[in-house]
Ligand binder design. Sequence first.
Ligand code: SF4
Length: 351
Amino acid sequence: MKTERSSDSFSPSEGSERLLLQRAVPLLLAWFKGHKRDLPWRHGRTFYTTLVAELMLQQTRVEAVKEKYVAFLEKFPTERELALASEDEVLKAWEGLGYYTRARNLKRAAETLFERGTPRTWEGVKALAGVGDYTAGAISSIALGLKEPAVDGNVLRILTRLFADGSAADTVKKKFSDLLREVYPDETADFCEGLMELGATVCVPNGAPLCGECPWNALCRAHGSGEEERYPVRAEKRERRVEHLDVFVLKNGGAYALKKRESGLLKGLWEFPNVPSAPRTAEFWEGHGLSLLALRTAKHVFTHVEWRMTGYFAEAATRGGEFLWTTAAEIEEKYAIPSAFRAFSDWLKGD
Ligand code: SF4
């Protein structure tokens, strides 16, 4: 459900924040015109290209997305090509960006656009696969000219600093969405992107913000009191769950074993066979008649889970039918192996 719209009943502090934000809007728009970075998704923009960029930018840094975005659009220039592509082709083009559910969602969203055309409302955008409140706001503002806020961690940070708001950042999302909706200017794309740009390049998350370069430095309450780094106040972090896995890079002649992950994290992606660590490892060894060539440990950190892996590079006596056996060259060309397993991929070299 969409965040509820506000009534006119602002508290006195919200009233003063609204006035502050009203003054901040034109300063941000003027600053953005002169300082925006030259990013590939800011050229020749359509609804589809904005959707691709926004899904790629979820949980991934701008620098990592830049190159992938250009290559992805060369392969799938419109929703038509993406809708008609196979899932393996799409996952391969996504390789290196991680969080592959986004790639599948993007393909489903492209199918919807191809079948039903471009949505015209926030609700229509939100109904697309993989689009949450933030992404719906960003796409609505940037591609459709709608006055719909997009509040992510960047926007929370810069607004908690502007207002010197000591509430835990995750509790003020609705309040900030309401305030932004009240002051949204007609230049919806520049405003939305200006907020993101300020958070990414000036009012930065790690280390001291660059207040000397900020268009809001005469208004900002945190800067006024010299307490910029006190904000945002963070809620307590959830502990990451640790899972132990044994990963097998199995070789037989010139072929290597892959299998599709059946459940949990990375479901549906190609991977090296793996099992939860001992005691099941012994059964696996016996069942496959393996002789060990190399052994290595590695770690991969997801948002809420950490994998601690022991990798076994081994020669298999037979080609087990439960696996897809393929060459290193084909793996490189056709199958997207998640970066969690990258620590073991060099065992495929020299094939
Ligand atoms: S003045 Fe400093 S703390 Fe305030 S919004 Fe600008 S960069 Fe952030």
